[in-house]
Design a protein around this ligand. Structure first.
Ligand SMILES: Nc1ncnc2c1ncn2[C@@H]1O[C@H](COP(=O)(O)OP(=O)(O)OP(=O)(O)O)[C@@H](O)[C@H]1O
Ligand SMILES: [Mg+2]
Length: 508
């Protein structure tokens, strides 16, 4: 190797070369490759199931690679646990946060390496002080180190993982879809932190399906498809269209399907709905939605959008107000009753309220509509298999079989199965909370098409989203929540991002 070539090779802080990894029935990584320079943000993109998370798990010691080399800081490395990776300077903020929910913030931060007094007692005051120090350096010292993790927002829980990376003095920090549940403000804070890490010479690996973010934050972009490396380019040489074409393997001309649904009579009426309990309770919300209408719900994170859907569905206790469907008062006291009454709710946090990880795809897909399969003796398995096939085909779920455990699917594919689950309940009212979160551009289009199809069948649909272009792209009208109240509604023709934003701030 010439001197020049050696020098170029040394420019990389991390090199993952020819990485292969198979699971039963799936070749998740097929000679994948990633080379990260110090002091740079390197984005990793690809469709759901392309192998992004798997590649990072192979780096972080969560999976053992079948073959290939990982060279970090000029040394060939293999980690057999996340602890080894962390101690060597590689940290990862995972797609589905995996934290000890019942323990405190600082316990989560120092787990497995508690500061000790004399080797037998945990030095809590040092642990507290160290935590405060790390938090200060990140500008997150509003978080109380003694708070129990489960009481924090997703954004703050993520911050704890970043703090952990910083406390280990990590040189490579991986972010696997970090912004999917963050508000704009939280995203700005995260980007500031990422730029700070970059300035200190860290290599950042950033995974996201959000194109605008990628183009804004990255120095380089690697695209994967079907477990293979497709390309690595400077971000400044890429456009959104170029990325999509490389990811999908073909050009995608439209991001939204044609809107063919025609709203009819008013079906769902929400009157003075107020929920009980807590700071997040919604207050005096009234609006109505028509059959065959896609009604968007905009608002900042924390504005009460999810709480509104949960109150309609009965998983959140109602304090006052009424829900009418076709003029009939609905008693959605709990989710069972809501499902019986023809309601379906796709929740935002699939890990907590959506998936049954150790169950297979068929079980996950059919669990909300078991009544439909009750035969004379037990459940009608043929029908269940048939319907699960419909879910897999119509949403292009990438899986070796129906019997695959749902937790082994990629994040986006899990989301598709859960959406399919609710479609199978044949609901009259479909409440969708961030239905395309974590879903790649191609599959998003398919999900929009399914939502429009449901509207064409005369369903009543409410859809929350933090992505305004998406609301503007497929909704007929958009209601806006602000400070747990209903701030107003805008027709599709008149809706602009500015109008929605100003309504979002109405009761702040
Ligand atoms: N533990 C596992 N067992 C079996 N298959 C797995 C496991 N982990 C990942 N896979 C499979 O490997 C493939 C790649 O999945 P991966 O999670 O890496 O995709 P991804 O690019 O991160 O997608 P997404 O954008 O949806 O998060 C998928 O087909 C997935 O089903
Ligand atoms: Mg992933």
């Amino acid at each position: 190797m010439s001197e020049k070539e050696t020098k170029t090779e040394n420019e990389y802080l991390l090199q993952m070369i020819d990485i292969c990894k198979s699971f039963p029935g799936v070749k998740a990584l097929d000679h994948a490759q990633l080379k990260v320079r110090p002091g740079s943000v390197h984005s990793l993109m690809g469709e759901n199931g392309a192998g992004k998370s798997t590649l990072m798990k192979c780096l972080f010691g969560l999976y053992n690679r079948d073959s290939g080399d990982v060279i970090f800081n000029g040394r060939s490395v293999t980690y057999h646990s996340t602890k080894e990776a962390l101690e060597d300077g590689i940290a990862m903020v995972q797609q589905e946060l995996n934290q000890a929910m019942k323990m405190s913030v600082m316990d989560n931060l120092w787990l497995g390496r508690y500061p000790m007094i004399g080797g037998f007692a945990i030095d809590s005051s040092k642990m507290y002080a160290d935590t405060i120090n790390v938090f200060r350096s990140l500008g997150i010292d509003y978080i109380d180190p003694k708070q129990i993790i489960s009481t924090l927002s997703v954004a703050d829980r993520q911050m704890i993982e970043i703090a952990k990376a910083v406390s280990y003095n990590a040189k490579i920090v991986v972010f696997d879809e970090p912004t999917s549940s963050l508000s704009d403000e939280e995203i700005e804070r995260l980007f500031k932190i990422i730029n700070g890490l970059k300035a200190k010479g860290c290599g950042i690996i950033y995974i996201s399906h959000k194109m605008d973010e990628i183009l804004r934050i990255s120095d380089e972009v690697t695209i994967m498809r079907d477990g293979k490396w497709v390309s690595t380019d400077k971000a400044s040489d890429l456009t959104m269209d170029a990325i999509i074409t490389k990811m999908v393997g073909r050009a995608l001309t439209n991001r939204f399907p044609p809107k063919t649904n025609k709203p009819g009579e008013v079906s769902l009426e929400i009157k003075h709905l107020t929920s009980k309990y807590g700071n997040n309770a919604i207050h005096d919300v009234s609006f109505s939605v028509r059959k065959g209408e896609i009604f968007g719900l905009a608002g900042l994170v924390g504005s009460g959008r999810s709480e509104l859907l949960e109150t309609i569905f009965g998983v959140r206790t109602k304090a006052d107000g009424h829900v009418f469907l076709d003029g009939i008062l609905m008693h959605n006291d709990n989710s069972m009753k809501a499902i019986k009454n023809g309601f379906a709710l796709l929740t935002e946090e699939r890990r907590i309220t959506g998936i049954f990880g150790s169950m297979d795809i068929k079980e996950n897909a059919t669990i909300a509509s078991l009544d439909n399969y009750k035969g004379l003796i037990g459940l009608d398995d043929t029908a269940m298999v048939h319907d699960t096939n419909w879910v897999i085909d119509s949403m292009h779920v990438k899986t070796p079989s129906q019997k695959t455990k749902i937790r082994s699917l990629s994040g986006g594919n899990q989301q598709k199965v859960i959406l399919g689950r609710w479609m199978l309940t044949k609901p009259e009212v479909l409440l969708l909370d961030e239905p395309t979160r974590g879903i790649d551009v191609g599959a998003k289009y398919e999900i929009y098409q399914l939502i429009i199809d449901m509207a064409n069948q005369g369903k009543t649909i409410i859809m929350c989203s933090s992505e305004m272009p998406e609301l503007l792209g497929i909704c007929d009208r958009i209601g806006v929540m602000s400070g747990h109240r209903f701030a107003g509604v805008v027709n599709r023709e008149e809706a602009t991002q500015e109008k929605l934003m100003s309504l979002s701030l109405k009761y702040m």
